[in-house]
Design a protein around this ligand. Structure first.
Ligand code: UTP
Length: 231
């Protein structure tokens, strides 16, 4: 990739904090991003909450009955913690202000840096949703979602041995699998509400296993990669 293209990356928190912070992953991810930046690419990186979010949410529920909105707020702050972490390790290239409101883009729109970091906004959605909104505002037609799955399958591969990998599918087909409502406990490859917006705006989302960073590099370089394209 050697043009001034903006790439929107929804970076699953499960990659940054699968259990403890995976600094080796972040170090390797940084190398790839910096190589692409040197070739003229810009990135919006939206960080998820990962285990940090889940651990705090679970712990709060053990102490008292915490409502869904407050659990989401804890999750949001975990995404923001991860965003500050990414912005710090990318300090040389990253815009200093983390976006936490996808409807207020003033600082992003005037930013000159090649990396813009964003995090969670309000209860009831996810950082996938933020990624799609930012892609829409920046008129970027592709979002790459890095998580810990290789492909979207026609059914849950953990439960069904005969689950089939899907390499390319329409938003309609994807919505048949994940539904179209937000559910805080849902472990969908891409948030159903974000999917609705992506479908409406004609945004293509590619689901990749971010752990396999050479595969991510292939995606960025326009080479053949493993993953699911939803459009
Ligand atoms: P995400 O679900 O976006 O992070 O946010 P994640 O850890 O990357 O998810 P995986 O790894 O893809 O599964 C974590 C939690 O923060 C709250 C939600 O509760 C969400 O489950 N959140 C996040 C919001 O309520 N609003 C936001 O805008 C973002």
């Amino acid at each position: 990739m050697n043009n001034n293209k903006m790439v929107v990356v929804s970076l699953g928190g499960s990659l940054i904090v699968p259990d403890v912070i995976d600094w080796k992953f972040v170090k390797n991810f940084k190398k790839i991003i910096e190589t692409e930046i040197a070739r003229g690419c810009r990135f919006i990186i939206v960080t998820g909450g990962g285990k940090t979010a889940r651990k705090y949410i679970e712990a709060s529920g053990k102490i008292d009955s915490i409502d869904a909105e407050d659990k989401d707020w804890i999750g949001i702050h975990a995404t923001r913690m991860n965003a500050h972490f990414m912005r710090t390790v990318f300090k040389k290239h990253a815009h200093p202000i983390i976006n936490t409101n996808p409807f207020d883009l003033e600082s992003f729109l005037t930013a000159k840096e090649p990396i813009l970091v964003a995090a969670g906004y309000r209860p009831g959605n996810s950082t996938d949703y933020i990624s799609v909104l930012l892609a829409k505002h920046f008129e970027v037609k592709k979002v790459v979602n890095l998580s810990n799955i290789d492909y979207v399958c026609d059914k849950d591969p953990k439960k069904f041995k005969d689950a089939k990998k899907i390499k390319e599918m329409s938003w309609q087909e994807f919505q048949k699998i994940v539904g179209d409502k937000w559910d805080p406990g849902l472990n969908a490859p891409f948030d159903p509400v974000a999917s609705k917006v992506a479908a409406k705006e004609g945004i293509e989302v590619t689901i990749l296993n971010g752990k396999k960073l050479s595969n991510f590099r292939k995606y960025l370089d326009g080479e053949k990669f493993a993953g699911t394209i939803i459009k």
